[in-house]
Design a binder for this molecule. Structure first.
Ligand SMILES: Cc1cc2nc3c(=O)[nH]c(=O)nc-3n(C[C@H](O)[C@H](O)[C@H](O)COP(=O)(O)OP(=O)(O)OC[C@H]3O[C@@H](n4cnc5c(N)ncnc54)[C@H](O)[C@@H]3O)c2cc1C
Length: 414
């Protein structure tokens, strides 16, 4: 049941999770305690500054965890070994992510594993110079990144974006505006996707590394979402001069690189939903055996037992989908450019099944806790909002179904 995550993991996953557990106790607990004393919120429920951004003290606590995790070699197991990462397969990463989300819950420990603001598969295609300047410090947690693809007028329809870059000698001049960017307020370097050859379809875009110190780079307003984490905002680029060494991959690779980043986020849903799902199930089991109604624990009521069983069934099927699909993807190359034609369907199956199962899990977790599940700031209430959010970023639920149907129809073309 909920202890099932220990099964069939590799020796290096077992080593990683043991070291991660000690790291939570030896390092993160102290930083978390210090943060609690500041009364500026927690990692899961951060206070915000006057501009609506994550409170700087909460941000700094997360950064300290990231740096220490980098020092301990825990921060970037998902990156390739040849760039300094752990070189873990996607199946191994499912186990790592599931463990981290189950053990850390909504705590500061989540920051110890690189997420949206960390090194990703797309940036591995950068130049040797950019590797030294950006990728290596990202892997050690010394700096953070953002991925800027979405615009105020364009989300799903990526090829309709208007941010553009024009060659000027050896450099590129970048102009445009991006919106809904995670870590817009704090990123040291931004992976910007822009049009370089209008009308060239999937070859029309390129990816550039924009340093936050470059003239013409400006952070815009916070876009407050139901996540209430003060991490999502706008970015503006006005005649930003980007040197050739900050082009990621080749000119024209932008769409494929953006999809690598997005697919990485989609695949991370498996471990995240399984880990958080199990954390919520543990909490629901505890609560149902403690809370009484009519003189007996509510766990004695079949109505409540069915909610618990539904949570288990959702977690089990979503987790199984993730492990099976990610094993297939390990064989195909989950982030290969070009991507194997069978990969998009598998990646979208992981995302849509996990996102939707997790939404039902959080809903049942709230229901079992009654009014306490609705209490602002409770883990059930927060994860209910997180689960609702998950069905939109990194490709909406509808877009995942498009990819699944495309894959099916290609395989079964008459
Ligand atoms: C908290 C948060 C963090 C985010 N972080 C980032 C980030 O770091 N970087 C980044 O670049 N972006 C980020 N985004 C943006 C996110 O990726 C987009 O919101 C998402 O891709 C959907 O785009 P949209 O909001 O413009 O919706 P739209 O694309 O306008 O879609 C609106 C509706 O129409 C449907 N729809 C649109 N086109 C199709 C289609 N072809 N087929 C079927 N249905 C369709 C959608 O499914 C949806 O229901 C973030 C968003 C949020 C909320």
């Amino acid at each position: 049941m909920v202890q099932s995550t220990g099964r069939a993991v590799s020796v290096r996953v077992a080593d990683y999770t043991a070291r991660f557990e000690s790291f939570l106790q030896d390092k993160v607990a102290t930083i978390e305690e210090e943060l609690a004393g500041q009364e500026v919120g927690t990692a899961g429920q951060p206070g915000l500054d006057e501009a609506g951004r994550m409170h700087p003290m909460v941000w700094e606590a997360r950064r300290e965890v990231q740096r220490q995790a980098g020092d301990a070699g825990l921060y970037a197991p998902h990156n390739s070994a040849h760039v300094g990462g752990g070189g873990f397969s996607r199946v191994e990463m499912h186990h790592v992510e599931e463990f981290v989300y189950r053990e850390a819950g909504l705590g500061l420990g989540l920051a110890a594993l690189a997420w949206t603001e960390g090194p990703n598969p797309a940036i591995e295609h950068c130049s040797p110079l950019a590797r030294e300047q950006y990728l290596s410090p990202l892997i050690t947690g010394e700096i953070t990144a953002a991925f800027a693809n979405t615009e105020p007028d364009v989300g799903t329809d990526v090829l309709g974006m208007s941010t553009w870059a024009k060659r000027d000698g050896g450099d590129w001049i970048l102009n445009g505006k991006k919106a809904w960017i995670t870590n817009a307020h704090f990123a040291d370097v931004v992976q910007v996707v822009a049009v370089t050859e209008p009308g060239a379809g999937t070859r029309s875009l390129s990816m550039f590394l924009v340093d936050a110190n470059m003239p013409g780079f400006r952070r815009g307003a916070d876009l407050p979402t139901m996540m209430t984490d003060g991490l999502t905002g706008e970015l503006e680029f006005t005649d930003v001069r980007v040197p050739a060494e900050n082009v990621v991959g080749e000119i024209g690779d932008g769409f494929a690189l953006a999809m690598s980043w997005i697919n990485w986020r989609r695949l991370c849903r498996g471990g995240m939903c399984a880990g958080w799902g199990q954390w919520l199930l543990h909490r629901a089991l505890d609560y149902a055996q403690d809370r009484r109604s009519g003189g007996w624990p509510i766990a004695n009521l079949q109505a409540v037992q069915h909610l618990l069983a539904d949570m288990d069934a959702d977690i089990y099927q979503a987790r199984a989908t993730s492990l099976v699909a990610q094993a297939e993807l390990d064989a195909l190359g989950p982030f290969a450019i070009p991507l194997h034609r069978e990969a998009p369907r598998l990646i979208s199956l992981v995302k849509v099944i996990n996102d939707e199962a997790f939404a039902r899990v959080t809903d049942n977790a709230v229901q079992i806790h009654g009014a306490r599940g609705l209490l602002l700031g409770s883990p059930e209430e927060k994860l209910f909002r997180v689960a609702r959010n998950l069905r939109i970023p990194a490709g909406t639920a509808e877009v995942q179904r498009n990819a699944i149907a495309r894959g099916l129809l290609r395989e079964h073309a008459v």
